[in-house]
Design a protein around this ligand. Structure first.
Ligand SMILES: Nc1ncnc2c1ncn2[C@@H]1O[C@H](COP(=O)(O)OP(=O)(O)OP(=O)(O)O)[C@@H](O)[C@H]1O
Ligand SMILES: Nc1nc2c(c(=O)[nH]1)N[C@H]1C(S)=C(S)[C@@H](COP(=O)(O)O)O[C@H]1N2
Length: 195
C-alpha cells in the first residue's frame, strides 16, 4: 500500500471592494493559491471567495467555509485603518478563540518590509475545527507574512500552522522545507505519511 498525505480543504478569501467589482483584477486569490500549493505537500481542495469589504458578508463567508469543512481559512485585505477595512472585526465576530500571536508575528515580519506594517490590525481565530487567519491586502504581503525571513531569525507565521491544526483535530499538514519549515514539538512529529 503506498503512503499518502492527508487531504486538506482550505478556504481562501480575498476581501476587496475594487477587485470584487472588477475595477482591478484580483491578485489575492492567485497569490494565496500559488503559495499554498508550493508550501504544502498535502493534496489541497481550495474553496475561493472574492467579496467586498462588508462586515456581515465577510463573517457569513467565514462561517460558510468553516461549516464546509475547511481546516484553514486565509483572508487577504481589509485589515487597515480605512473606514471600510473591517476584516478583523468580521473575523473576531465569528471566533470561538482568539489567536493573537499570528497578528503579532505578522506585524514583526512586515516591519522588515514596510514601516506601515503597524497599520495592519490582522488577527487569527479558531472556530470549531478551523483556523482563520487575516493577511494584509497587498498581494506581495501574502508570501512575505506566510514565509517570513527565517534566515534573519524571523520565521513566517505558516511555520506554526500545521501544529495548530493538529491541536484542533485537523489533517496532518506537511510542508516543503524549501518554502516553509514547519515546527512541531518532537512528541507531535509523525513518520512522514507521504513520499
Ligand atoms: N485583491 C487585490 N488584488 C490586486 N491588488 C490588490 C488587491 N487588494 C489590494 N491590492 C493592492 O494593494 C493596495 C492596497 O490594498 P488595500 O487593501 O489597502 O486596498 P483598499 O484601498 O482597501 O481597496 P480595495 O478594498 O478596493 O482593494 C491596493 O491599492 C491595490 O493596489
Ligand atoms: N508584508 C506587508 N505587510 C503590510 C504591507 C505590505 O506591503 N507588506 N502593507 C501595510 C499597509 S500599508 C497597510 S495599510 C496594512 C493593511 O492593509 P490591508 O488593509 O490591505 O489589509 O497592511 C500593512 N502590512
Amino acid at each position: 500500500m503506498s503512503a499518502s498525505f492527508d487531504p486538506v480543504k482550505i478556504g481562501i478569501v480575498s476581501v476587496s471592494d475594487r477587485a470584487s467589482t472588477g475595477v482591478y483584477e484580483d491578485k489575492g486569490l492567485p497569490a494565496l493559491q500559488d503559495w499554498l500549493t508550493r508550501a504544502l505537500k498535502n493534496p489541497i481542495e481550495f474553496v475561493p471567495r472574492l467579496i467586498p469589504d462588508e462586515q456581515a458578508v465577510i463573517s457569513a463567508t467565514l462561517v460558510e467555509l468553516v461549516d464546509a469543512g475547511c481546516s484553514l481559512v486565509l483572508t487577504t485585505g481589509g485589515t487597515g485603518p480605512a473606514l471600510r477595512d473591517v476584516t478583523p472585526e468580521a473575523t473576531l465576530a465569528i471566533a470561538h478563540k482568539e489567536m493573537p500571536g499570528f497578528g503579532e508575528q505578522m506585524r514583526q515580519i512586515s516591519l522588515k518590509f514596510v514601516p506601515t506594517a503597524i497599520l495592519s490590525r490582522q488577527t487569527a481565530v479558531i472556530r470549531d475545527k478551523s483556523l482563520v487567519i487575516n493577511l494584509p491586502g497587498q498581494p506581495k504581503a501574502i508570501a512575505e507574512t506566510l514565509e517570513g525571513l527565517p534566515a534573519l531569525g524571523t520565521p513566517g507565521i505558516f511555520a506554526a500552522v500545521p501544529y495548530c491544526i493538529d491541536l484542533i483535530g485537523g489533517p496532518y499538514l506537511e510542508t516543503d522545507d524549501a518554502v516553509c519549515k514547519a515546527f512541531r514539538p518532537k512528541s507531535a512529529i509523525r513518520a512522514s505519511t507521504g513520499q
